[in-house]
Design a protein around this ligand. Structure first.
Ligand code: PLP
Length: 461
């Protein structure tokens, strides 16, 4: 804020109030309250326009800034690249594009090709289009349906919302794209609502996917698209046996497996990718947020060579190659930032830190549940955690959304930024979310948990 005077800041706030349409926000309150403007960041902390310091428990609000704020080495890498070569359409290659693809693939055995784009939604759209084109070329268009899971989210475009398992995000935006079919969520804590509670829940709920496939006709299903661990839909860590059974099912029915790593990818769960906890073999992996930790816009749709091979040759079919472009997929800032981001994760041992700190924080959340009845369950993997709030531990009736939001607001007032799962739909608007940067220390996590402790005490008494 060095060279911004108080008068400048007043003008900035007023310009924001007058002209900026913020994401995911009802704006009426901003007519009387100041919009929040984040001015500076360093490590785990950010400062707002009033100079107030916050510890960031959600890495830029939406699980993005994996390596923390103020990373000069990423900024330098981007600057050096931009002055040399900022952009050329990705029908040609670039030095950072080539280097990052090689580096990324070295972390993803079994996969081989990187398709560059800009956002998680766009990367998912690429995969959907590839599935549809494979169906058109190899199955006369019949094997075109894409299965998605209730409570998963894959992005904001109409096709991504068509694959969206969070009802409130879709309401009022239809009609949607045909050919997307829902399968049940796999949250063990709420298995009783599906009539499936028991030791074999993981296999039983995966078998529900098979039932949908048989109902629709296996020869109509092109792909299954899943988050490895559901993020905004409730921080849902799949139960034991689930992924193994999913893998068997997709192989049995010749269905392509698309894993959406937009949140889990690049270290968030303590492995490079969330699916790597489960030994599954995806055909597509999409990623965005943590790829460059928000230092540049980049997303990737990574595929196997088998998928790539299907688009290689246009001799037999002049329409046979992937006729798709993302203009800004040719920006070199993205892969330059992504390379520097990955180097930091390696050099600083951040995967290991994520596992250790994640276990520590999960323990702290369970410890908090001994004091606060309202915490029904704490769950997560690595530094990707949630605490589900309930009115009653026996019935598991979800806590009131207003109270959940009051906890988030109370933490904010204390200078601690936490999140909560998506609003408006009863059943999964009641989970507090935590995704601190992978550099978090025990002291940082203690500070976040202490704020939650205080907030829960004040809000729930
Ligand atoms: N997939 C998942 C799992 C997400 O959580 C999100 C965004 O939150 C997306 C896709 C969409 O990414 P983007 O907002 O970059 O389009």
């Amino acid at each position: 804020m060095d060279n911004i005077t108080p008068n400048d800041m007043t003008a900035i706030v007023e310009a924001d109030r007058a002209h900026v349409w913020h994401h995911l926000l009802p704006h009426k309150p901003l007519e009387t309250n100041d919009p929040r403007i984040i001015v500076e960041g360093k490590g785990m902390r950010v400062w707002d326009q009033k100079g107030k310091e916050h510890i960031d428990g959600v890495s830029g609000g939406v699980w993005t800034v994996n390596v923390g704020y103020g990373r000069v080495e990423i900024a330098d890498a981007v600057r050096d690249q931009l002055v040399k070569m900022n952009y050329f359409a990705q029908s040609a290659g670039s030095i950072p594009g080539s280097r990052f693809a090689e580096k990324l693939i070295s972390k993803m055995p079994g996969l081989s090709r990187v398709y560059y784009a800009n956002s998680g939604s766009e990367a998912n759209e690429k995969a959907f289009k590839m599935v549809r084109q494979i169906s058109a070329r190899q199955h006369g268009g019949k094997k075109h349906k894409i299965l998605f899971r209730h409570r998963d989210y894959h992005g904001t475009t109409i096709a991504c919302l068509s694959a969206g398992g969070q009802e409130h995000r879709n309401m009022q935006y239809g009609p949607f794209t045909p050919g997307f079919v829902s399968v049940p969520h796999c949250l063990e804590y709420r298995a009783h609502e599906q009539g499936l509670a028991g030791d074999d829940y993981g296999v039983a709920i995966a078998n529900e996917i098979e039932k949908v496939i048989l109902r629709e006709g296996p020869d109509t299903i092109g792909a299954l698209c899943l988050e490895p661990i559901t993020a905004g839909g409730g921080v849902i860590v799949p139960p034991k046996g689930y992924w193994e059974r999913v893998q068997e099912i997709v192989e049995k029915y010749d269905i392509l497996l698309h894993i959406d790593e937009v949140v889990c990818g690049v270290g968030r769960t303590g492995t490079w990718f969330g699916y790597q906890h489960y030994g599954v073999k995806p055909d597509f992996v999409t990623m965005a947020k943590g790829v460059a930790s928000g230092y540049a816009a980049i997303s990737c749709c990574v595929t196997s060579e088998k998928v790539f091979d299907m688009f290689k040759d246009d001799h037999a079919d002049p329409l046979g190659y992937f006729r798709d472009i993302s203009t800004f997929g040719g920006c070199t800032a993205g892969p330059a930032a992504a390379l520097a981001n990955m180097k930091i994760i390696e050099d600083e041992g951040l995967l290991e830190n994520t596992i250790q700190m994640g276990e520590y924080m999960l323990d702290q959340l369970w410890a908090l549940s001994e004091k606060h009845e309202v915490i029904g369950e704490a769950r997560g993997k690595g530094l990707f955690l949630g605490a589900e709030l309930v009115k009653d531990r026996k019935t598991k009736e979800p806590a009131d959304e207003k109270m959940v939001q009051a906890v988030v607001a109370d933490c904010m007032a204390q200078g601690t930024i936490i999140g909560a799962t998506n609003r408006s739909v009863p059943g999964y608007n009641n989970t507090l979310c935590f995704s601190p940067a992978l550099i978090a220390t025990k002291d940082d996590l203690d500070q976040i948990v202490a704020s939650v402790d205080e907030a829960l005490g004040r809000v729930f008494g």
